[in-house]
Design a protein around this ligand. Structure first.
Ligand code: DGJ
Length: 553
């Protein structure tokens, strides 16, 4: 056990030397100029994903867990993905299928599947289902599962083992890392067109059914002093830690020496912090080795916690969650970003939390419900995120004219314009339902009052109990010029600089981008603009509008 600790510490030390003194932005997979390998670049305060030399926004979908396991299973799925206008597929690679016998790697299946994705015009985000998948270790190969001496399980507080590999095992780290490194090396050799654009490392790491591992190795670590690199991070970032984490430390007097309980007090949250540090160190080691083979952007995803519940018993403890994002950032500086998976409502609340500490927003999983299309537009606009991806994308039967496909169709056309305006406070996103039907935006000299189109009362849906969600992206492309893409929105305007002036519509066009060029389909006026009073897209229409404003008195 000592050995693994020494090894993890040595890795951390090297990482600290290499990266510890750099600001957070410089630690990510920065794309070097002219590199064909997909990577991340900073534009203003926004991170862009560069693919094929151009900014790319993921209009994605994640497959259900078992679909990407044979060509036959995928056969009926490819046309669905096309009909939904996805540009990216998020698909798992199982450790158990890739390394069925120790040291014998079999890529035949995945090579075929990846080739087929490319043939279907889909970029791929690979999800590494390695040591952990939704807390459990169900995707470990049988030679790992069957050898509990070599690959120890976690133990709960009653000493019971579970099918969860303990992160306090050098053997497990070495085996998982070897497999991951081999996967990355294989992708480097095979994926000549760089069709695989990002990697998710493990899936929803988190500790259940208690907040921390109680195996002997874990208990031993728990009684040791908190590693210096974490204490140094805490001291250096004391004033800018996320508030809920800072408060936990403050409640124990900001102590900075001793064990986990000395520094953070005796609590289930201390158990969670301890566990998060060790999960983060484990994953960081995989990322370090993997990126040496192929430096693609790499991220981790989290099963969100219900704030009123306790770690371990109420949610998977210690995953890359917002209240412990500092622990993950400190423990895994090579991970490019932490991502939320959405199976709860209130996306804005969580995205606000996940965009702290300069974290880049990408949503790898969102329940595939009727809110998904609007939320894709909202998150890509409001947070200028890397992209969006509903989960179990193949689960719907009728993909023709599906709202997600229609939303992706217009967003795809907008990608170059969105990317051009990234990081300059020129892009906004809105999301409306009956409870939250309005948002006031300031864009340049204008105040935009954006509302759900049902607030007008013209559409049948406005009289229903529950409103269909609506959402849109708005881009300011000139002082008076804007583009709007989405569904179910009406906007009126005020001039902020000269409030005594009225704001009128000079021109409103509905159109499309054809090979990057704007083509007008309809000149809108009359009823379509309420005779010049507002700009509007009815719900369940998915269109792009270009409009110009002018001031009069
Ligand atoms: C989140 C996980 O990340 C997915 O793999 C899947 O298990 C869904 N939950 C639930 O179906």
């Amino acid at each position: 056990m000592k050995k693994i600790i020494l090894q993890i510490s040595a890795i951390s030390f090297i990482i600290l030397i290499l990266y510890g003194c750099k600001p957070r932005d410089e630690q990510r997979t920065e794309r070097s100029e002219n590199s064909a390998i997909p990577g991340l670049v900073k534009k203003g305060n926004v991170t862009q994903l560069i693919v094929d030399g151009k900014p790319f926004i993921i209009l994605g979908g994640e497959l259900g867990n078992s679909t990407f396991t044979s060509m036959e299973s995928m056969e009926p799925v490819w046309p669905k993905l096309k009909a939904l206008n996805l540009n990216t597929l998020l698909a798992p690679v199982y450790w158990e299928l890739m390394e069925p016998e120790e040291g014998i790697f079999d890529f035949a299946l995945y090579d075929q599947l990846f080739n087929e994705a490319e043939k279907n015009g889909l970029k791929v985000v690979v999800l590494w289902f390695g040591a952990w998948k939704n807390s459990m270790s169900s995707h470990a190969p049988s030679w790992v599962k069957k050898d509990q001496v070599r690959f120890p399980r976690i133990r709960d507080n009653k000493g019971k083992s579970h099918e969860i590999l303990s992160p306090f095992s050098e053997n497990t780290l070495t085996a998982d890392r070897k497999a991951f490194e081999t996967l990355m090396d294989h992708i480097r050799k095979k994926d000549k067109n760089h069709n695989i654009i990002m990697i998710q490392v493990e899936n929803e790491i988190g500790m259940l059914p208690v907040a921390r591992d109680y195996s002997d190795a874990a208990n031993e670590k728990f009684e040791e002093a908190v590693p210096a690199e974490f204490v140094n991070y805490l001291k250096k970032n004391k004033d800018i830690l996320v508030p809920e984490f800072q408060q936990k430390w403050a409640a124990n007097g900001f102590r900075d020496t001793g064990t986990w309980e000395n520094i953070f007090g005796k609590s289930v949250y201390t158990d969670e912090i301890f566990m998060a540090w060790h999960y983060a160190q484990f994953v960081n080691s995989l990322v370090e080795y993997g990126k040496k083979k192929l430096p693609l952007p790499m991220f981790v995803n989290a099963a969100l916690n219900r704030p009123e519940r306790e770690p371990g018993t109420g949610y998977p403890s210690a995953g890359p969650l917002p209240h412990i994002m500092d622990v993950w950032k400190a423990g895994a500086p090579l991970i490019d970003f932490l991502s939320p998976d959405f199976y709860f409502p209130n996306i804005e609340y969580w995205c606000d939390l996940y965009t702290r500490q300069e974290n880049t927003l990408f949503i790898p999983e969102h329940v595939f419900d009727n809110t998904a299309p609007a939320k894709a537009a909202f998150t890509i606009g409001h947070y200028e995120s890397l992209g969006f991806s509903p989960f179990s994308i193949e689960s719907i039967q009728d993909t023709a004219n599906h709202p997600l496909g229609r939303m992706y169709h217009i967003l795809q056309q907008m990608v170059p314009m969105i990317a051009d305006h990234h990081g300059q406070d020129k892009i906004e996103g809105v999301l409306f339902d009956k409870e939250k039907p309005e948002r006031i935006l300031q864009m340049g000299n204008y105040e935009l009052t954006a509302r759900h189109s049902y607030t007008l009362g013209y559409e049948g849906g406005s009289r229903s109990e529950v409103w269909d969600p609506s959402g849109a992206v708005i881009i300011q492309t000139g002082e008076n010029e804007f583009y709007l893409a989405g569904t179910g929105i009406v906007i009126t305007f005020k001039n902020i600089l000269n409030p005594e002036m009225n704001v009128g519509l000079l021109k409103v066009d509905e159109g499309k981008f054809d090979k990057g060029e704007w083509k007008v389909i309809r000149h809108l006026n009359g009823d379509q603009t309420h005779q010049g009073r507002h700009v509007r897209i009815f719900n369940n229409d998915f269109v792009i509008l270009r409009f110009e404003l002018y001031d009069y008195n």
